[in-house]
Design a protein. Structure first.
Length: 243
């Protein structure tokens, strides 16, 4: 498969893990369309970096919680041709023990991490089916595989994504659309900057946090020519945190 003239949409693709995914897929030859909520200096720097390397990049501004707004933007962007790869990377954590968790912490995390998948991926599936091919990758989490204390909301949303990926894989596989999830462990980004490293590292057999580039490499594989028989799977990138 030649990635030339292929388009990859990266929902939440302008910073953190998503930014690395955008850069990696651009290097693979995809025209990249990363999204962010507000186009700022970070997004402009990313656009510049991709273009200076000879790639094509357009940035979309959308909030995954806004169902109608997201659909409008995606319908307009992909009216002529559905994307060849869609990566759902947007996600937030609002940790608290369940006994103290308020409704806002529950709703914000579920709305962003799980409902956002529906709001942004569902509008694209018809076009991908009509084209009879494509890749969908959802960024889940080790917390969604095992459950994590203090993260009942986050774990539920990320386990929900795994269920969604597996069910969607059963629906769309025969039309050549491959659907998988990636489940990172602890990755060095803004989201994990306040975690107590001394307490976390002993739990990780590789004794280090992962890098965003290490997650991006797996997404690249799942969007590329070497994963044509991988479907409905959850690929863990966790240094052995979950075995
Ligand atoms: N870091 C880890 O250890 C780790 C581990 C497992 C899974 N993950 C998952 O990996 C993904 C990326 O995490 P990260 O570590 O890179 O976190 P991050 O640096 O905090 O980035 C969060 C991403 O989510 C997007 N986002 C948040 N709320 C949004 C909304 N309402 N609408 C649209 N986009 C929204 C952000 O976009 P804006 O640019 O608009 O803010 C940003 O791209 C998340 O799904 C996270 O759950 C991370």
């Amino acid at each position: 498969m030649n990635e030339k003239n292929r388009t990859a949409l990266i929902i939440g693709g302008c910073r953190g893990i998503g930014r690395e995914i955008t850069l990696r897929l651009a290097r693979d030859g995809f025209d990249v369309v990363p999204s962010c909520r507000k186009r700022g200096a970070e997004a402009e720097a990313l656009l510049d970096e991709v273009r200076r390397a000879g790639g094509n990049c357009r940035i979309l501004e959308l909030d995954v919680r806004d169902r109608d707004g997201a659909r409008r933007i995606l319908d307009a962007e992909f009216a002529d041709r559905a994307p060849d790869a869609v990566v759902y990377n947007s996600g937030i954590a609002k940790d608290n023990l369940f006994v103290f968790m308020d409704g806002e912490q529950w709703d914000d995390v579920l709305d962003t991490n799980l409902k956002g998948f529906y709001n942004t991926v569902q509008p694209l599936v018809f076009g991908m089916l009509a084209k009879r091919g494509g890749r969908i990758v959802a960024i889940s989490s080790a917390s969604g595989q095992t459950g994590q204390a203090g993260q009942v909301n986050y774990s539920a949303s990320k386990a929900g994504l795994i269920g969604a990926v597996k069910a969607l894989a059963r629906e769309v596989g025969r039309k050549g659309v491959l659907v998988n999830a990636v489940a990172p462990g602890v990755i060095d980004t803004e989201m994990t900057k306040d975690l107590p490293k001394d307490m976390m590292l002993p739990l990780i057999p590789l004794r280090r946090f992962g890098s965003a580039a290490e997650v991006a490499g797996v997404v690249s594989f799942l969007c590329g020519p070497d994963s044509t028989y991988i479907h409905g799977q959850v690929i863990a990138v966790n240094g052995g945190l979950v075995i």
